[in-house]
Every structure is written in C-alpha cells, then in structure tokens.
Design a protein around this ligand. Structure first.
Ligand SMILES: Cc1cc2nc3c(=O)[nH]c(=O)nc-3n(C[C@H](O)[C@H](O)[C@H](O)COP(=O)(O)OP(=O)(O)OC[C@H]3O[C@@H](n4cnc5c(N)ncnc54)[C@H](O)[C@@H]3O)c2cc1C
Ligand code: SF4
Length: 338
C-alpha cells in the first residue's frame, strides 16, 4: 500500500473543502487524486491491491449523523448515502414498501460487509474483473487507458453481454443499483457549487472509448442521498449466482409492477450481472404495460430484455440464464400477495 494523507471530517462542508483542496493541488485532477472513505470495503481493498492510488483519503463517516437517515414521508423515500446496507435491508418499512430494495441489499456480499458498507459506496463499487484487480496483468484499459483489454480474449465468464465496447467488457457488479434504476430513483449530489439532483440512470457511464471514467460525478463531489417517488410493494429482486451466499450475480433482475384489476399499468425491469452499467430494459417494459400477466408474456419480455446481448467465449450462457431470471422475477412479482 502506498502512503497517503488521511483526513477525518465532521461535517459536509468540511468534506467538500478537503476534497476540493486535494483535487486543486493536483494537475490534472483525476479520480485517483482524492477519495472519500465510507465503509472502505471497496476502497481499502483496491488500495491494498495497488489498483487505486489516492493521495488523499477523506473519511466521511462522521457525516453519518446527517447523511444516514431512512425517511418515508408522504409516500416518497429518502435514503441517506451513509446508511449501512444492513440497516436499510432490515428496515420493516423498506421490506413492506420496497422489497426490491431490501432484497437487493440482503442478497449482497456477507453480513459483516453489509454492516460496514454504505449505500453511496455500494453504488460506486468497482468491477470485479480479475484483470482490473490484479496489476500483474498489463492490459486493462480501465486501470491503464490505452493498454488494451485482457478480458476480450481471456477468461470472460463473469463479463458483460450488454453495454460492452471494444475497450472494456467488465460487468457492473452491484445489486442495489438495479433496484434504484428500476424505481427511477434520483441521486442527490453535494459539491462545492451546492446540491444537484440527477436521475440515477445518469450516474454511471458505459465504457465506450473511456472505460476509466465510470460515473458523471465531478472530482470531489459526494453522493448525499437517494430518493424514490411513490411506493412499490409489488417488487422483486432475484439473483442467480454460483453459490447462494457471499457471491456476485451471474444474472439478476429487479422487477416492479403496478397491477390494477389484473392489468399491469406500470412495469419496471432492470438487469444485473449482465451489463457494464446498471441496466434498464425499457423496450421489454413496453411489452408489459396494459397487459394481463401470463407465462407467455413473461417469455416475450425476457427475450426482449436480452435482445441486444452479445456473448463471448465463456459468457454466452449468461444470455439464456438472464432470460430465465427475468421471466421468473416477473412471475414472482405478478403473483406475490400484497
Ligand atoms: C467479498 C466481497 C463480496 C461482495 N459481494 C457483493 C455483492 O454480492 N453485491 C454487491 O452489491 N456488492 C458486493 N460487494 C461490494 C460491497 O457491497 C461494496 O464494497 C460496498 O457496498 C462498498 O461500500 P463502502 O461504504 O464500503 O464503500 P467504500 O469502499 O468506502 O467506497 C467505495 C467507493 O465509493 C466512494 N464513495 C463512498 N461513499 C461515497 C459518497 N457518499 N460519495 C461519493 N463517493 C463515495 C469511495 O471513494 C470509493 O471510491 C462485495 C464486496 C466484497 C469485498
Ligand atoms: S474488461 Fe475492462 S476492466 Fe476488465 S481487463 Fe478489459 S478493460 Fe480492464
């Protein structure tokens, strides 16, 4: 691990100032310059592996006193970015009104990790691509732009089949993000120019020609909260993985439905484990709205959700698996008792 400056801040403005100063002292400012520290379960891992090399680490944990609240007021949800995954997953109101959120968190990582890890850190976790995480591999455009992509011709069983580019095929690994994108969540971002809100769907960037740029956050900006409009009691997060605990998704689906008199009036479908970014299957959703659920519909929706998928040498199985997960998640959401 390389040496770095550690700063612990007690309020949001001190955090923004510390990050801004660290960024300003480096030219050009890069993602690597200054990193906030939340639970540290991604950041410290990657610093030990020498993949991330921040010169300044700003510990934002004391901000939890203002940024970790779980509020369900007037039918809208606000989750502080420093709320711990385990606290949100165990909250009875979240379980009742947003099962897709509770399950996306409950099925992630391990109990110890969920006790440490925060919501903000979770959505910003980095890919698990082996070639990215092991610096003995020279070719990784995400770690070292322009160096190539070892996964294209390497072992790519865990890699993405949607949203890939010739520069990078790494999978976005998180679960919670699929629930957020399905529910049209908003991200509240705090920076030196104040607070701004963006749709969660605009937070992550597909790899295109610049896989090293993963989000639309400016250097030094912090995620302070997530908000969701309305309640989604008829929602499901289904995760297929190599083992039933402590494992990332091979394929997952976040599904939320609004059913009135047996007819689906609104439908949301997001996919995990399959794409380079949190992935909303909007064309597939369009097939559901106004329909009554049956298994044939679920199959059509599943086919549409994976229509643009491109398999490679070791991961083509994910396309068939992804369709099954989508169809089953739709079945579960449509038939659940609420
Ligand atoms: C063995 C293992 C298994 C795992 N399995 C899963 C799994 O199945 N599903 C899953 O979803 N995840 C899984 N994870 C990932 C884990 O959930 C994340 O590491 C965790 O959620 C990150 O949160 P954190 O608070 O520890 O973030 P940190 O490590 O503190 O931060 C992560 C990144 O986000 C930045 N950051 C943190 N908070 C903010 C903020 N508020 N604003 C701006 N930037 C911020 C940091 O600077 C850093 O770059 C696993 C991790 C491990 C180690
Ligand atoms: S898939 Fe992306 S992260 Fe993995 S080696 Fe290729 S460029 Fe690097």
């Amino acid at each position: 691990m390389r040496s770095f400056t550690y700063q612990r801040v007690t309020d949001p403005s001190a955090a923004i100032q510390a990050l801004a100063m660290a960024v300003a002292n480096n030219n050009p400012p890069t993602e690597a310059t200054a990193q906030p520290l939340a639970g540290g379960t991604t950041l410290i891992d990657l610093m030990k592996l020498d993949v991330m090399r921040p010169r300044t680490v700003v510990d934002i944990n004391p901000l939890a006193s203002t940024w970790s609240a779980i509020n369900l007021d007037g039918g809208n949800l606000r989750l502080g970015a420093l709320a711990r995954m385990s606290d949100v997953a165990a909250n009875p109101e979240i379980q009742r009104n947003y099962p897709v959120i509770a399950d996306s968190l409950r099925l992630a990582a391990s109990p110890q990790l969920r006790n440490m890890a925060t919501l903000g850190g979770n959505v910003l976790q980095r890919t698990r691509c082996t070639y990215f995480r092991d610096i003995s591999y020279a070719n990784c455009n995400k770690r070292d732009p322009g160096s190539g992509c070892a996964a294209l011709d390497g072992f790519n069983r865990m890699h993405a089949v949607l949203g890939t580019s010739e520069q990078c095929i790494a999978t976005y690994p998180g679960d919670f993000a699929q629930a957020l994108i399905a529910l049209d969540a908003t991200v509240e971002i705090t920076g030196k120019s104040g607070v701004r809100n963006i749709p969660f769907a605009q937070l992550h960037k597909p790899p295109d020609d610049s896989p090293q740029i993963e989000t639309t956050l400016a250097p030094g900006e912090l995620i302070s909260a997530f908000t969701v409009s309305g309640r989604w009691p008829r929602s499901v997060y289904l995760k297929a993985r190599d083992r039933q605990s402590y494992e990332f998704a091979l394929s997952s689906a976040a599904v939320a439905l609004d059913v009135q008199d047996g007819v689906i009036s609104d439908a949301r479908v997001a996919l995990g484990g399959l794409a380079t970014v949190p992935w909303r299957a909007r064309e597939a959703e369009a097939l559901i709205k106004g329909q009554k659920f049956d298994e044939a519909l679920a199959q059509r929706v599943a086919d549409a959700a994976l229509a643009g998928a491109q398999g490679r040498r070791h991961n083509a199985f994910k396309i068939a698996l992804g369709k099954r997960v989508v169809a089953r998640a739709l079945h579960q959401a449509a038939t659940m008792e609420i």
